[in-house]
Design a protein around this ligand. Sequence first.
Ligand code: AMP
Length: 269
Amino acid sequence: MRAKVQEWAEYSIGLVPTMGALHAGHRSLIERADAENDLVVVSIFVNPLQFGPGEDLARYPRPIEKDLEMLRGMDVDAVYMPGVEDMYPESASTRVMVGSVSELLEGASRPGHFEGVATVVTKLLWAVDPDRAYFGQKDAQQVAVVKRLAADLDTGVEIVVCPIVREADGLAVSSRNAYLSPAERAAALSLSRSLRVAAEMYASGERDAGRLRARIHEVLTAEPLGSIDYAELVDPSTFQPPGTLAVLAVKIEKTRLIDNHEVSKPFPG
Ligand code: AMP
């Protein structure tokens, strides 16, 4: 990858890091990268470091032929698909720790997750040396962690954040939606429903974070297949309460889903 990008020294490069199982969310990142750069590199790597014990690393979908077919139909100049042994030979022990923004919510719920994310993103930025790297607002806290690391490590890479792509009924598109049975797929709508309700409350004048939070919990709890991991209103850059970014992690039976919305803005659709 390094040798390739050295040949491309005079061009601007946009990097889109993914774990594959590509969908409309990834597509939107790639299209934005294509519009803003001479060349686009997509990485596909299911990063074992960001999965905890008992999480879905082994069963995470890896439809590689289908992914490559989608990428062949787009303006992508290189696909970087390192193997696990290439990224983490047995001797490798270095880890990137971002500190406070990585410690709450998703960080608290998935110990080691953001250390794994930060380590792989740092390695990808080194390998590809892009001008810009593209991330989805779907993973809101990941965006905050990556922005922090890109600035703190003097990477000079611009971190571009793309809006959440949703299905017509509001469900945020995710590779993990493939785990859902039809009944669970219907139950998963409780996440977007609760965000919509909070945005509507805000629009009608509600500013009390406690009442907005309580209403979100009420909507989520009404769904019998769902159990709340967290649902909070936080500041989007520090991830500390109080704030107007509603962030959710909810288990629908065995599948853990995340979603978020800035409640001061209308919910789309
Ligand atoms: P993943 O392959 O799940 O690690 O996601 C790769 C990138 O795509 C991350 O920056 C995600 O935030 C982004 N992404 C995933 N789902 C969506 C979505 N529904 N809308 C926008 N971006 C997304």
